[in-house]
Design a protein around this ligand. Structure first.
Ligand SMILES: Cc1ncc(COP(=O)(O)O)c(C=O)c1O
Length: 424
């Protein structure tokens, strides 16, 4: 065939992907192939998933699961959402990639929409990336451009103990966990971690040598730990007084996860920048950095940062479709109500000692170090949950989870805890 001719598009049933979907290989067979072909950074995955619909997914052995993790706070509208799926397909069939020598209507419209929902003032701007860690890298570079003066350079960046900001080198320097950091030293310098939630420690650390403070309004990976009330406001005051940027990492907490567009909304402050990713594309990879106001937005100039894929028409169309559904189907109100219901239900379960979080980002502690065994028991009973710590379970389900589905999990939880304890 002449390479310029269009390949036949109708024979989808025999595409290499369709053949995989129709394959009769078992989960165990797939995992054996996985272990001899993929780098071992994730260990062996828990299951091989082949299909999803709404809040349900199915594995290669045909078992059904209620997905209470949503791809770690990513599948905001569940799996295979029909509207998002058709918008993505139609955009891909129209224009898929253009490079950043060019722009596209979806990129511009999404930037405008993000400026609107993040309540960014005039002169604010957006940079698009493909993931959370890339959004944080862009924010780190923004922070480095808050240089200070020649006599008094701003050499430090502050983050919190327990922080998770990603795995690329800059984001890793901001991430606190020693086990993630140590193998990759030296990391980009100047980052100091101060104790979580201790405003006096933050005030003491922030002076005119600090370029930026990075904060997660709720530390997700640390077990869903919200910053104490008043902390963000105090952090804003301290950074403003010292001329340091306040950068909020809302990669996990943003885009409706807490029943608000941003988890930090309630604090009533304006940050200098916000990072977003996870739920933004409804399952399609996209990240974003929003810079607030003209001064901060001018810190990165032409040629100082870039990306090949970031802001491509398909990813930005996916995000526009996701935001459209979240807005038009009043999903945020649902998240607030269901989150309260779920947290109240969890607090009433024997063996649950503390429940934290906001909206549908929920962490709860158990009276024994059995969280990994609860994850295993959950899989056995058809529930996907996560254990960010030995006695902590995290839930970050699709934002369209129904009350009936939440109640199904609440009803099953006592037995899961018992199974986990019996297995110890
Ligand atoms: C707060 C926060 N920032 C950054 C990241 C990194 O995002 P990604 O895994 O998309 O690179 C994560 C991921 O969990 C996160 O929770």
């Amino acid at each position: 065939m002449n390479p310029t001719e269009t390949a036949p598009t109708t024979d989808l049933e025999h595409s290499p992907v369709a053949e995989l979907v129709q394959s009769r290989a078992t989960g165990a067979q797939w995992l054996s192939r996985y272990n001899s072909s993929l780098l071992g950074v994730f260990g062996t995955p828990q299951r091989v998933l082949v299909r999803g619909a709404g809040c349900l997914v199915w594995d290669a052995d045909g078992k059904e699961y209620l997905d209470l993790l949503g791809g770690i706070a990513v599948n905001a509208l569940g799996h295979a959402h029909p509207f998002v799926t058709s918008v993505i397909s139609s955009q891909l069939a129209t224009l898929g990639h253009v490079s950043n020598f060019f722009t596209s209507p979806t990129q511009i419209a999404l930037a405008e929409k993000l400026l609107e929902i993040t309540r960014a003032p005039a002169g604010s701007r957006v940079f698009f990336a493909n993931s959370g860690t890339e959004a944080v890298e862009a924010a780190f570079k923004l922070a480095r451009r808050n240089t200070g003066s020649e006599e008094k350079p701003r050499t430090k960046v502050i983050a919190l103990e327990g922080a998770f900001h990603g795995r690329t080198m800059g984001a890793l320097a901001l991430t606190a966990k020693e086990a993630y950091r140590a193998p990759f030293a030296p990391l980009p310098g100047g980052v100091e971690h101060v104790p979580f939630g201790d405003i006096d420690a933050l005030r003491a650390a922030v002076d005119d040598t600090v370029a930026a403070v990075f904060l997660e309004p709720i530390q997700g990976e640390a077990g869903v730990r919200p910053l104490p009330a008043g902390y963000l406001r105090a952090a804003r005051e301290a950074t403003s007084a010292a001329g340091a940027l306040l950068i909020l990492d809302e990669v996990q907490t943003g885009i409706g996860r807490t029943g608000k567009w941003l988890a930090s909304e309630d604090a009533g402050i304006m940050p200098d920048a916000v990072t977003l990713a996870k739920g933004l594309g409804g399952g399609f990879p996209i990240g974003a950095l929003v810079t607030y106001g003209p001064e901060t937005s001018a810190l990165l100039t032409a040629g100082q940062h870039g990306t090949t894929f970031g802001g491509n028409p398909v990813a930005t169309a996916a995000a526009l479709a996701t935001l459209h559904v979240l807005e038009n189907q009043q999903v945020l109100g649902h998240v607030r109500k269901l989150g309260e219901h779920l947290r109240a239900g969890l607090a009433a379960v024997h063996g649950v000692t503390e429940v934290r979080g906001d909206g549908l980002l929920i962490g709860f502690d158990l009276d024994a170090d059995v969280a990994p065994a609860v994850v295993t028991a959950g899989l056995g009973a058809g529930f996907i949950v996560n254990s960010p710590g030995p006695h902590t379970i995290r839930l970050a389900p699709p934002l369209i989870l129904t009350t009936e589905q939440a109640d199904r999990f609440l009803a099953a939880l006592p037995a899961l805890l018992q199974t986990a304890k019996d297995a110890q």
